[in-house]
Structure formats: C-alpha cells, structure tokens
Design a protein. Structure first.
Length: 371
C-alpha cells in the first residue's frame, strides 16, 4: 500500500467505531455520508439456512443444499462459533470502509463519514440507514462494491436503500466498471502471478477473467425478462449492461499490462458460480472454458475474478477449491491473482467515486416522506 493510505489497524479504526456500520465517536462533518453496499455473508455455519432464504428472496432451499453450502463455507474457515475478525467478506468490506474514511479524511479534514450495509446479512442496509438517520445524515451517496451494473444485484441494492431512506436524498452509484484505477488495482495484482506462471511453465499462460453469472432472463428484454422472476419485477425494455461492463473491466486490466507484453490473445473471459435457481444462467462457464484451454494445448491458467473486490466464498471456495480441482483433473495448473482486499489503489478509486471526481453512472433520487 502507498504511504498515503498505509496505517495500523488501530489508526484506521480510530474515529470509525468497532461496530459494523458505525462511526461513533467522530464529530459530524455535515449531513452527507457515504454508504458502501455489499452482499453479506453468515457469521456462523448455523445461520446458513436463514441466510440462503435471504439470498433467494424468501424461498427455502432443501436441507441437502443447505448442508452443501455449510460444507463450502466450512472449507473457507467458517465455524459454529463467530470468527474473531468475522467471515472474509465481512472482514474485508468493513476494512475497506475504514480505509476509505481514513483516506477521505487525509484529503479534507473532516471528510464524510463512511458506513457499510449488507443486503443479505448483518449489518443490514435498513439498519445502517436507520443509524445514519439517527446520526443526522440527510444525504447519502450509495456505492455498490460490485462495480458492474446488473439489474439482478445492483437493482436489489437500490431497492433496499430506497426503501430505507424515506425522506432522504440519495445519489446511487449504479456502476463504475470502467474506472481506470479499478483496472489498475486489478492489474497490480495480476502482473506478478502471471509472470510467475509463465516462468514456471516456460511458456505464455492464458489469463481467465471472470465475473459472477446471472440468470439469462435478467439480461433479456420484454416478457423474457420477467419469466420466473419475483412477483412485481418490471418488464425490461433495454438489455442489461452487466455482461458488457464485466468484459470492459477485464479489457481495462489487459490494456494496463500491455506495457509488460500482455496481448489481447493472452486472455479469455467466463462467468462463474452459476446459481441454483431454475432456468439458464449466462456463460460461458469456467468449467467449459478450462476444457477449451486444455484442448488448445495449454498447460496452465491464471484466474482473476474482476467482479469481486475482496475474498469471499466465490473466490476462496469456487476458485481455490472447486475450479482448482477441475483444472487438476484436466491436467492444468491453476494460479489465482490475489484479491484486491485492502488495495490502496482500490481505496483511491472508491474515493474518486465517492467525491464525484470520477463520473460514475449515478442516479440522483429523493425518496418522498410518504413512501
């Protein structure tokens, strides 16, 4: 991390508060604040069934499915008792919030407060917005920590914020997939592992960029866009930008590595972690892509998920366990770029989105008090 953002955990936490979503003890810097939004994850294995019900919008899953997810989360460290720092997604997201607040304070003292809210688990978005209101916040700039705009995920975040922010002004950042600093942050993590993979293999190793898959219906238009969707889902008249934005992020990363000899022919793209709900999900899948790379004569692959900003189950299990095993069965060695986690460049990118220095895709809304 750069000198500008490197600090001890105690220094980062000072003035932010130990409780998730809290900035207790810090003097108010006005009525505006930043709200970072993330998916959420259970704190202990025993919460899995309730958590999955949140993810599916109230639809209970069979017991064997719950057990499968408990096994996956157990393999990445979740236990029956809470972890000291929390599960990876919670730990890293809260740290990103503290780092962003500290960085903004370095730029202008006092800077805006930064809160963190989760859609599917604690600290819930509704609870955090309630705390913001109690702290005197009247204007919220909400930033999804999923940079690519998707009706499936970002739309649900927007709905959760707007339902909670009655009578408040909201700037909702729907997407920032093409931020140059986001691409730079990913490139800085990719370059060393790609160089290592090529050196160990004695040849050029392809890079497989990924983002989370979504149901095909969510990127379609007309009646197909509501087939199988939750009741009340509006029909979409325009294509979802998500698949294009995900690939543009990958393209930006590749362009930044051109100076070290990275070529367009060195990378491919796939969508990972297709869900359990009915109906097809967008592809190509990682599994099919790995088989294709093997058939082309490659001996290894470097994976970098560009739709995720920190470690969580889709990285620590889906890539590090499941895809690594698939690659091994195919005779491929799999390397993975480190996640962004506490990347100083990521923090600077978030700061530029938060302050408006980077012109992200923003919806400016005021939630009527009558809603």
């Amino acid at each position: 991390m750069s000198d500008q953002t490197m600090m001890t955990e105690a220094e980062v936490s000072k003035g932010f508060g130990a409780e998730a979503g809290s900035t207790a003890g810090k003097e108010s810097s006005g009525q505006s604040a930043i709200l970072l939004l993330a998916h959420g994850t259970p704190d202990v294995l025993g919460e899995m069934a309730e958590y999955l019900t949140k993810v599916t919008g109230g639809r209970a899953l069979p017991h064997e499915v719950v057990e499968e997810f408990q096994e996956r989360y157990g393999l990445i460290g979740l236990r029956e008792e809470p972890l000291p720092e929390g599960p990876p997604l919670t730990k890293w997201t809260l740290l990103q919030g503290r780092l962003l607040e500290a960085y903004l304070n370095q730029q202008a003292e006092p800077g805006p407060r930064v809160y963190v809210g989760m859609r599917n688990w604690h600290p819930y978005i509704s609870d955090v917005v309630m705390r913001m209101r109690a702290d005197g916040v009247t204007q919220i700039k909400a930033i999804c920590l999923a940079p690519q705009n998707s009706r499936t995920s970002v739309g649900l975040y927007r709905r959760a914020v707007m339902a909670a922010a009655v009578g408040m002004e909201v700037e909702f950042v729907a997407g920032w997939a093409e931020h140059p600093l986001l691409a730079q942050a990913f490139a800085e993590k990719l370059w060393p592992v790609w160089a290592l993979a090529c050196a160990e293999s004695g040849r050029r190793v392809p890079v497989l960029f990924t983002a989370h898959s979504v149901p095909c219906r969510t990127i379609m238009t007309g009646e197909a866009s509501v087939a199988g969707a939750r009741p009340g889902t509006p029909m979409q008249e325009s294509p979802d930008p998500y698949p294009v934005e995900a690939k543009r992020t990958a393209m930006g990363v590749a362009e930044r590595l051109a100076v070290v000899g990275f070529r367009d022919s060195d990378w491919v793209f796939a969508f990972q972690s297709q869900g359990l709900s009915g109906g097809p999900w967008i592809g190509p899948t990682v599994e099919d892509t790995l088989r294709a790379l093997k058939e082309e004569g490659h001996v290894g692959v470097v994976m970098q998920p560009v739709g995720f900003l920190c470690d969580h189950v889709e990285i620590l299990y889906d890539i590090d366990v499941a895809f690594t095993e698939t690659a091994k069965e195919l005779g491929l060695k799999l390397w993975r770029a480190e996640s962004l986690n506490d990347s100083a460049v990521l923090v600077k990118a978030l700061a530029e989105v938060a302050t408006g220095k980077y012109q992200a895709d923003v919806d400016e809304l005021t939630v009527p008090a009558s809603v």
